[in-house]
Design a protein around this ligand. Structure first.
Ligand SMILES: Cc1ncc(COP(=O)(O)O)c(C=O)c1O
Length: 395
């Protein structure tokens, strides 16, 4: 045994350990670049990486191969130029808004949005003097009258939560004129709808939902034209709201099955929606695939590959039925205030995502106190129907 195999300094072996010899056979799956920083061979390399002359990474807050891999795949799926990931959907939406608006600027936002997005916009108004006008996404014509010279962004969701209204994106984008329209495509995913192809400037996702699809990641992603993405990327890095390597790697793994999952949940959701629609314990079902849904015609045009896995329904028992319904389903279809897990889950918009609204506002938007939201997972429709039926029988 030579001294070079067994150097005398244990501290050197320990501190520099962990490196295997490079393999002549590449890994079948991408490695996780679990590193804070990347080594540089000198100042000339630093300058070339910073200028973009050389492809490389410097510090994970500013960029990392796992983040790039996921963002670039989502950009390709959405037909966008570039993409960047953030610590969560809200991290990305916050960086988008703050990087595009300063005091006195104006934002147009759909009046039914994920609750935290509305809260963020209200906070921007209160703390930073950014003006926000909420518009009715079901009335695209009204939008053109609200556009101002200082309007910097128009923000809306392709399929709204919790009533699953489908926005007429081509009409809205036309009405917004030169204002960049940013679509939150979390519910539809690029498998069912590609807003960039309709003229959107950017698309945001809570990647914690369908893109990952296994309920074990917290991440966001924005893809779009390079101007929007570069500004947003800069703010994400400044705020430290960047994505991280492990979450990006997990989300990339989830993304591989996205088309299969979206097909499955769309097929299961329509069959459950039809069954629930004629169920005596259910008052009304909200699913864009049903002819009774107000958005059905637009949904048929804009969502030709399926209507997604999200549906909601009003219990005949109203608010008093909600807790017994959840408790009875607890072991099979749990109350979990998220969506797009591999398993089917339940949520209660009045108590979670739309709690921030007053009772009057919810009533005005049609969100009733007995409304339950189902995120249909990967189980077979027949099993879910049996579990729901047994719960309805106990109500
Ligand atoms: C439509 C939509 N957009 C954005 C978000 C925020 O994403 P995140 O929870 O990853 O911050 C959510 C979260 O539920 C959502 O449902």
């Amino acid at each position: 045994m030579t001294d070079s195999l067994y150097p005398s300094d244990d501290s050197v072996i320990s501190a520099r350990g962990g490196w295997a010899k490079p393999s002549s056979t590449p890994p079948s799956n991408p490695p996780i670049y679990q590193t804070t920083a990347f080594d540089l061979d000198g100042l000339d390399q630093l300058a070339e990486v910073v200028s973009g002359e050389q492809h490389g990474y410097i510090y994970t807050r500013d960029g990392n191969p796992n983040q790039s891999a996921f963002a670039e795949d989502v950009a390709r799926l959405e037909h966008a130029e570039e993409g960047v990931v953030g610590a969560s959907g809200m991290g990305v939406i916050s960086a988008l808004v703050m990087s595009h608006c300063k005091t006195g600027d104006h934002i147009l936002a759909a009046r039914v949005l994920y609750g935290r997005t509305v809260q963020l916009l209200q906070q921007m108004q209160k703390s930073f003097g950014v003006e926000v006008t909420f518009f009715d996404a079901n009335d695209p014509a009204s939008l053109s009258t609200l556009v101002r010279p200082d309007t910097k962004l128009c923000l809306l969701e392709g399929i709204s939560n919790p009533l699953m209204e489908v926005a007429d994106l081509p009409k809205i984008i036309e009405a917004a004129g030169s204002v960049p329209v940013v679509v939150d495509n979390t519910f539809a995913t690029p498998i069912l709808q590609k807003p960039m192809k309709m003229g959107a400037a950017a698309v945001v996702h809570s990647a914690s939902k369908y893109l990952n699809g296994h309920g074990d990641v917290m991440m966001g992603v924005i893809v779009g034209n390079k101007y929007i993405i570069r500004r947003t990327r800069q703010f994400l890095a400044l705020f430290g709201a960047n994505g991280n390597p492990l979450e990006s790697w997990l989300a990339s793994r989830g993304l591989r099955t996205l088309p299969l999952r979206m097909k499955h949940v769309s097929e299961t959701a329509i069959s459950l929606a039809e069954w629930l629609d004629s169920h005596p314990k259910v008052d009304r079902v909200y699913y864009p695939g049903l002819p009774t849904h107000p958005s059905h015609k637009i949904a048929q045009q804009l969502l030709p590959n399926g209507f997604g896995g999200m549906l909601a329904f009003d219990l005949v028992a109203g608010k008093t039925g909600v807790n017994p319904f959840m408790k009875s389903l607890h072991e099979t279809i749990p109350f979990s205030p998220t969506l797009a897990d591999a398993r089917t889950t339940l949520s209660y918009p009045t108590g979670t995502s739309h709690k921030f609204m007053s009772a009057e506002e919810r009533a005005e938007y049609g969100i009733k106190d007995g409304l339950v939201r189902l995120s249909v997972g990967l189980e077979d429709a027949a099993s879910l129907q049996t579990e729901l039926e047994s719960t309805f029988n106990q109500l």
